[in-house]
Design a protein around this ligand. Structure first.
Ligand code: A2P
Length: 345
């Protein structure tokens, strides 16, 4: 029998942590033992994995010692990864980090396995592999086949419509609570925790903190991470918007190729469909296109509304939708682990 891997999940009680258990089980990942970790608040609670109960333990500096963990998934926020990832690495685990903390570290590979699996090879430099930003993952999954088809991408402009799941369980709960309160005529603005403004029946054109250049940190993540993952200097300008959706992100993406390129929509659809884990859903006549209700709970990045620009032949527009908790976090992390096993296992 091939070997089994002992897994730690930091943030086991969170939205992504819980999804990680589901994805590992669905993918029949070769799991040996499981160590679920969270804050002291959740220590002592149990999680079920493949019919067996595991007790959640408090994350501490020495919790990894002597536990023989092979793979540690971190999904408890950047400050937690900053402080604790090194203890997992010192104890012999590879860390697959879902936070933004290590992403732009030149010694840490930033990986979407369908796009740049080769980068995993440098994991030994730090023992850490970073999982990209959720909006970036689904965008590069749609960009890479176009890059393969037409070569140089001169510029990308993207507007996102990001679900509340990006702010974790608190974000989703805040949307549901505000909707219920609204219909009960008791919406109380002072109860906001996850978002600066009311999210129910609203859209908020700010995700993460402001940067000196007038963009937000989330927008600059899309710019910087896309270049690192694609290994190419692709200028990306993003506008990231929070919308009252539970857990799938949508993106309107405009791609400009070299002046000599004449976009062929049929070829673009074929290239997208041929790419791993990407599916075209594009029949406007019959009102068929991807939406959050379609992508949620799937591992597919869906693309629709593919069209050539009205004015310029080398410009393409498309609509990209994927489940933020899965494609944008848990599934990508598990796919990284699978590739890491292929390489090192
Ligand atoms: P806990 O539930 O004990 O607070 P989400 O992204 O859905 O908000 O989840 C965040 C995850 O990060 C939860 O599992 C949460 O655990 C965990 N977490 C938050 N703070 C800490 C901490 N100081 N130490 C360990 N885990 C933490």
């Amino acid at each position: 029998m091939s070997r089994l891997y002992n897994i730690a999940i930091v943030g086991a009680s969170g939205a992504v942590g819980e999804e990680l258990f589901r994805v590992l089980e669905e993918q029949n990942f070769p799991v040996g033992d499981i160590l679920p970790l969270a804050s002291a608040r959740s220590a002592g609670s149990t999680i079920e994995f493949k019919g067996k109960n595991y007790t959640v333990e408090e994350l501490t500096e020495d919790v990894f010692e002597g536990r023989d963990i092979d793979i540690a998934f971190f999904s408890a926020g950047g400050s937690i990864s900053a402080k604790y990832a090194k203890y997992a690495v010192e104890a012999g685990a590879v860390v697959i980090d879902n936070t933004s903390h290590f992403r732009m570290d030149p010694n840490v590979p930033l990986v979407v396995p369908e796009v740049n699996p080769q980068d995993i090879a440098s994991w030994r430099e730090t023992g850490i592999i970073a999982n990209p930003n959720c909006s970036t993952i689904q965008m590069v999954l749609a960009l890479k086949p176009l890059y393969n088809l037409y070569g140089d991408i001169k510029r990308v402009d993207v507007s996102t419509y990001q679900a509340t799941s990006g702010a974790g369980k608190t974000g989703m709960q805040e949307l549901v609570q505000q909707m219920q309160d609204f219909f009960a005529f008791k919406l109380d603005q002072s109860k906001k925790k996850a978002f600066t403004h009311q999210i129910a029946l609203n859209v908020i054109p700010q995700i993460d903190k402001p940067m000196p250049n007038g963009y937000t940190k989330e927008e600059m993540k899309m710019t910087n991470e896309t270049a690192k993952i694609m290994g190419a200097n692709i200028p990306v300008s993003a506008t990231c918007v929070r919308v009252p959706v539970l857990r799938s992100h949508s993106e309107a993406v405009t791609v400009r190729f070299a002046d000599s390129v004449e976009v062929d929509v049929e070829k673009v659809r074929a290239a997208l469909n041929a790419f791993d884990d990407v599916e075209v859903m594009d029949d406007l006549e019959h009102s068929i296109y991807p939406m959050p209700t379609i992508s949620t709970d799937t591992d597919i990045t869906f693309v629709g509304r593919v069209r050539k620009d009205i004015f310029e032949d080398n410009v393409l527009h498309m609509w990209v939708v994927a489940d933020q908790v899965r494609v944008g976090a848990a599934t990508n992390a598990v796919r990284i682990a699978q590739k890491w096993i292929e390489l090192e296992g």
